[in-house]
Design a protein around this ligand. Structure first.
Ligand code: ZN
Length: 478
């Protein structure tokens, strides 16, 4: 069997065949860096991290590009998210971008999400975006009105092919007041005229302005990966309009298919409702990391297939955490036994190990079925425990190969390190103990000692907040 992926474009599971044998060019829509990332981001980027890891494990050379949106992504109110954030924090827009780009990567590191090969910023690619808009104007797919440029959806009849929405349906469903500058309500902005007070603006052939949100992804995907890329990924909620707009403007400009496979991940729910910033029902990754380790959160997310929604509750993460501990326990037992084993034998391939490896690969080949793959790891773990408990001592070779296989499948492919050094142990009881100690110093009016405890915790990323009744603590936001 070979890797099959559900392609949103064909609405079918398809065998994965890259354009160039052995190489994969993959683009995933990245975060808009105006606030802390939440669990919804975790699910999305873990899903694509699994794809990235599995492609590499399968022997492909991958170039993975994931953009950083730092201009042009507007709220329904028409306000730029970055400008809204900069106003909220009373800092420069680019200061905000730096702050939350760093926060995003720290959160992803904690979740063992490998960094993309290229993380291009939209604001650093304005000339390229202008070029693409000029190309669309030359080809007659766009028009200029009063300093703004719009894509003319009626000139590109395939518009909406990814989401399956037809242009005519969109007229009735338009939520917002129709912009009188547009020829058709479904036309979308490629370039927007900026008012003089708008903080982020650039020179263009059409006057001062800024790029629309969709154009950045087409521009940067094509710049770094070519006119037709193998895989384009993103959240399901971005199928329309974002991805349909990306397809329209890219394919209109080049006359070639933009992406061969469109992969979409499902969302995180809270009580059946989508977790999102706009609904205010979100848990930031940093808040979740106060309660759970990155591996526990990741394991919890991977227990659900990427195309299914996942309900986020503390109880569900705690239950998942126990499963992860079982795998860790098995790995530890193998290590302990290896330290005391002497029964040597050759390193011949071992049939039952190969079978587990094969079952794991089949699960992953089936549209990255991580929940099934984890099930295989549990079976594997049970089998190893049986071996360890049996009267007949296992040979060093079997133990070593079993340990290597478990570490490779869990650690390398699923990004779940099982090693003792990375074993997740909650810091909470120790922090609480230190807070008690500090309180006793305060009680004795030993301010220098109590401040010392607070400062030492702070230097390790733990912030204390003294309330009237008690002292609360949190990890410095990441
Ligand atoms: Zn995008």
């Amino acid at each position: 069997m070979a890797l099959t992926l559900y392609n949103s474009l064909s609405r079918n599971k398809e065998k994965f065949v890259p354009i160039e044998p052995g190489r994969v060019h993959m683009y995933v829509c990245g975060p808009t860096v105006y606030d802390y990332p939440h669990i919804g981001h975790a699910k999305s980027y873990i899903a694509f991290d699994i794809l990235n890891r599995y492609l590499r494990f399968s022997g492909y050379r991958v170039r993975y590009v994931q953009n950083i949106t730092d201009v042009g992504h507007l709220l329904d109110s028409g306000e730029d998210r970055i400008l809204r954030g900069a106003e909220r924090e009373k800092i420069e827009p680019m200061e905000l971008v730096e702050r939350y780009t760093a926060a995003y990567f720290r959160a992803m590191d904690a979740l063992h999400v490998l960094r993309p090969d290229i993380s291009p910023h939209a604001a650093a690619h304005v000339p390229e975006q202008i070029e693409l808009v000029e190309n669309l104007l030359e080809r007659g797919f766009a028009y200029v009105v009063n300093g703004s440029v719009y894509f003319d959806v009626e000139k590109w009849p395939a518009y909406g092919k990814l989401s399956g929405r037809r242009i005519d349906d969109q007229q009735a469903g338009a939520r917002l007041e129709v912009n009188p500058e547009k020829r058709h309500p479904a036309d979308f902005a490629l370039w927007k005229k900026a008012e003089p007070e708008h903080l982020m603006q650039w020179n263009s052939p059409w006057g001062r302005g800024f790029p629309g949100w969709h154009i950045e992804c087409s521009t940067m995907a094509m710049k770094y990966l070519g006119e037709t890329i193998d895989i384009h990924g993103g959240g399901m909620e971005n199928k329309f309009p974002h991805h349909d707009c990306e397809i329209a403007q890219s394919e209109a400009a080049t006359g070639k298919p933009f992406a061969k496979y469109w992969i979409h991940n499902n969302m995180v729910l809270v009580d059946g409702v989508k977790m999102s910033k706009s609904l205010g029902n979100f848990t930031t990754i940093s808040e979740a990391l106060n309660k759970f380790t990155g591996e526990q959160l990741r394991f919890f997310i991977l227990q659900t297939h990427y195309r299914s929604p996942v309900d986020f509750t503390d109880a569900a993460v705690s239950a998942a955490a126990q499963g992860l501990e079982r795998l860790r326990g098995t790995r530890q037992k193998l290590e302990d036994r290896l330290a005391h084993s002497v029964k040597e034998s050759g390193d011949a391939p071992i049939e039952w190990l190969a079978q587990f490896r094969q079952r794991f690969i089949e699960a992953m080949d089936d549209d990255l079925n991580t929940s099934l793959a984890i099930g295989v790891l549990f079976d594997f773990s049970r089998e190893i425990n049986k071996l360890l408990d049996s009267e007949e001592p296992a040979s060093v070779s079997v133990l070593r190969q079993a340990k290597e296989l478990l570490e490779t499948l869990a650690g390398t492919v699923l990004g779940l390190p099982l090693t003792a050094t990375e074993r997740g142990m909650s810091a909470a009881p120790f922090i609480e103990l230190l807070i008690e100690l500090r309180n006793s110093f305060r009680h004795e009016r030993n301010w220098s000692r109590s401040d010392w405890v607070r400062d030492e915790l702070q230097s390790r990323g733990v912030v204390l907040e003294d309330g009237k009744e008690s002292t609360l603590w949190r990890f410095e936001k990441i």
